[in-house]
Design a protein around this ligand. Structure first.
Ligand SMILES: *[C@@H]1O[C@H](CO)[C@@H](O)[C@H](O)[C@H]1NC(C)=O
Ligand SMILES: *[C@@H]1O[C@H](CO)[C@@H](O)[C@H](O)[C@H]1NC(C)=O
Ligand SMILES: *[C@@H]1O[C@H](CO)[C@@H](O)[C@H](O)[C@H]1NC(C)=O
Ligand SMILES: *[C@@H]1O[C@H](CO)[C@@H](O)[C@H](O)[C@H]1NC(C)=O
Ligand SMILES: *[C@@H]1O[C@H](CO)[C@@H](O)[C@H](O)[C@H]1NC(C)=O
Length: 588
């Protein structure tokens, strides 16, 4: 039990900050602010209609969701039938897990064996709780509660602190907010207490993996995504437990990232490389990425801004710095198309790898939200261009599923002046240099049309021809049931009202049904570009693995894509990186 008063915390923090940040005095106030925000009196009330969010909350930030017109009966029945199909798919996987692997981390969907990959605390069980509530599967949720109560914390295993936070603590807190079940908060607090010692390192950066039985970290190497993706969960945990220690640990990491400079191996402001030596407080490589190992640190800067409803300025400042430099240094365009690519970038050598991974497909959703929240309309255009690339990778594979990584052809740096111009427009654009008779070119509004899609699709719905771009190819051809593209589709649909995002999502769902379904659950697949022969024997293309994020994220985002648009509204909730919705609230 940790008993510590607010005053002592603030004093300790202030000392750290004074040492680290003499050139940025405004930060001191921000850190005081976050501790002061943790309420010491209120208790969380069970809401009458939790899926609609806190009825008393009106954000001080701009509205995120498009103002939808009421749907007619045809539209409604199509949407509802799709929603029911997703729910049925979720239940198929949930029942398989319950029958064969309840209490273990995962079911192996081909052999029906069990796996313990995340501490053996029932990762799929805990990760599914908020989805059960979102899908209004209340009987299944109630039946799962006694299983959650059985979870035993201490294990002699090296368990990822980041995964424990996003899957277990995130899952429990979200389900607590949606159900009001106190036992879930108690469990989340137990997980929190268990990982707290992992943060006792020289700079407050948690160990990558922690052995709670031995009270030891595995080694001193960690990743920026790992340390930068615990803040939403720990701040929310502090809010509900009224124990400021969690928010303090979270904020200390943000302060570290805000304080590092050239001497720590940061070469471009905001473009944090992925590897960190947590003992030395220095980066161990120079590669910044919005894919594996880097991705969600940037997502969380923006989402902390949303969670705290803009009351701490530090997060939006850090987000803007990162995104501005990402656009200058990292983003690539493919001439003559609207496709954009966001590859890993060596910030020291200033070179990029011509590859992108499916994990990066969360970025369109993040950029779209940031565009509206922070008044950056160009980011919405970029969000759409990146999402077109992700969707393109699904639609042009033989299975309709996206490869894990792909190599892209010759691109040029993103330039808002030439982005998405057709070949003809590019070719004709400079004729006036040589022909003084030509009339002046028409003037364009900079970044026009916030709500509508101004770029033509380079491919059309239901086109049977596989439109492939020369040099664009899958490098890791597995599809691991990943959620990032459907996450961005849900966000873009809710923000623009453009039904094409629903159509893309439905195609993806149908492909999952066809290629991934097994008698007991859903399997990852070996090769998204299989030979025709596999049509006869789908199982040969399946892998014996189903990570818990299929239930936590992929099916949840697909379900929400076909739900009434006030169901888990983006203006009432903010999702953690494992798709667990946290309630947005006023903090001031
Ligand atoms: C709770 O917070 C308020 C305002 O932040 C403060 O005035 C009050 O003394 C605090 N109460 C306790 C019990 O800490
Ligand atoms: C419903 O709206 C769609 C357009 O979104 C239209 O095509 C359809 O005819 C309408 N159906 C009815 C029954 O009004
Ligand atoms: C955990 O990591 C340590 C290194 O610190 C290693 O010696 C040990 O074998 C690992 N334990 C397990 C259960 O993997
Ligand atoms: C971290 O590095 C320090 C200094 O090199 C070393 O003393 C310590 O044992 C390392 N910790 C782990 C868990 O490897
Ligand atoms: C797995 O379980 C399902 C029922 O849940 C069953 O149909 C299937 O045959 C089982 N597979 C194996 C390999 O036992």
């Amino acid at each position: 039990m940790i008993v510590i008063t607010c005053t002592i915390l603030v004093l300790q923090l202030s000392q750290n900050i004074l040492i680290n940040s003499f050139n940025k005095p405004e930060r001191l106030k921000e850190t005081d602010d976050i501790i002061a925000l943790i309420p010491n009196q209120t208790t969380f009330q069970r809401l009458k209609k939790p899926l609609l969010g806190d009825p008393d909350f009106t954000s001080s930030l701009p509205q995120l969701q498009y103002t939808f017109k009421p749907e007619n009966s045809t539209e409604k029945s199509k949407r509802e039938s799709r929603k029911q199909s997703v729910k049925k798919a979720f239940l198929h996987a949930w029942n398989g897990y319950n029958n064969h692997a309840l209490g273990f981390d995962e079911i192996a969907p081909l052999s029906n064996r069990t796996k313990n990959t995340f501490g053996g605390w029932g990762a799929t069980l805990v990760d599914s709780l908020s989805t059960l509530l979102v899908m209004e599967l209340n009987n299944e949720f109630t039946a799962a509660l006694p299983e959650v109560a059985k979870i035993k914390m201490v294990v002699d295993q090296n368990v990822s602190v980041f995964e424990t936070t996003i899957r277990y603590i995130g899952g429990l807190l979200s389900a607590y907010e949606l159900s009001g079940e106190k036992a879930l908060l108690v469990k989340a607090d137990q997980f929190g207490e268990m990982i707290l010692p992992a943060f006792d390192t020289p700079f407050g950066l948690p160990y990558h993996t922690w052995n709670s039985a031995k009270q030891k970290g595995t080694n001193n190497h960690t990743l920026v995504a790992d340390v930068g993706t615990v803040q939403l969960e720990l701040i929310t945990l502090s809010f509900h437990t009224r124990k400021p220690i969690y928010a303090e640990k979270a904020q200390k990491i943000t302060e570290f990232l805000d304080s590092v400079g050239y001497a720590h191996g940061l070469f471009i402001p905001g473009l944090y490389p992925s590897g960190i030596n947590l003992y030395k407080g220095r980066f161990t490589d120079a590669v910044c990425t919005f894919g594996a190992m880097g991705d969600s640190v940037f997502e969380y800067f923006l989402k902390e801004h949303v969670l705290l409803d803009g009351s701490v300025r530090q997060y939006s400042r850090m987000y803007i710095e990162a995104i501005d430099n990402m656009k200058i240094h990292m983003l690539q365009q493919l001439p003559g198309t609207s496709l954009l690519f966001l590859p890993p970038f060596d910030t020291r050598k200033k070179t990029f790898k011509k590859s992108m991974d499916h994990l990066t497909c969360f970025a369109p959703g993040m950029l779209a939200m940031g565009a509206t929240l922070l008044d950056r309309p160009e980011d919405m255009i970029i969000a759409k261009g990146l999402l077109e690339t992700c969707v393109y990778m699904y639609r042009t594979s033989s299975t309709g599923l996206c490869p894990e990584t792909w190599l892209f052809p010759a691109t040029e740096p993103y330039n808002p002046l030439t982005y998405s111009l057709s070949d003809e427009e590019m070719a004709g654009s400079h004729e006036w240099w040589y022909n003084t008779q030509l009339p002046p070119p028409p003037l364009k509004e900079k970044f026009p049309a916030k709500q509508t899609d101004i770029f033509p699709d380079i491919f059309k719905f239901n086109s049977s021809s596989k439109n492939t771009i020369e040099g664009l190819m899958a490098t890791d051809r597995r599809y691991l049931l990943r959620p990032e593209t459907v996450e961005s589709l849900y966000i873009l649909y809710r923000m623009t009202g453009d039904t094409k995002y629903q159509e893309y999502g439905w195609e993806i769902f149908e492909a999952i049904e066809k290629w991934c379904k097994t008698p007991s659950a859903y399997a990852s697949i070996r090769n998204v570009n299989i030979l025709e022969i596999y049509e006869q024997n789908i199982q040969d293309n399946q892998l014996d693995s189903m990570e818990s994020f299929l239930l936590a994220e992929t099916f949840k985002y697909l379900y929400l894509l076909f739900s009434p648009t006030d169901h888990i509204s983006l203006d009432k909730f903010v999702f953690n990186t494992e798709a667990h919705p946290f309630m947005r609230r006023s903090w001031a």
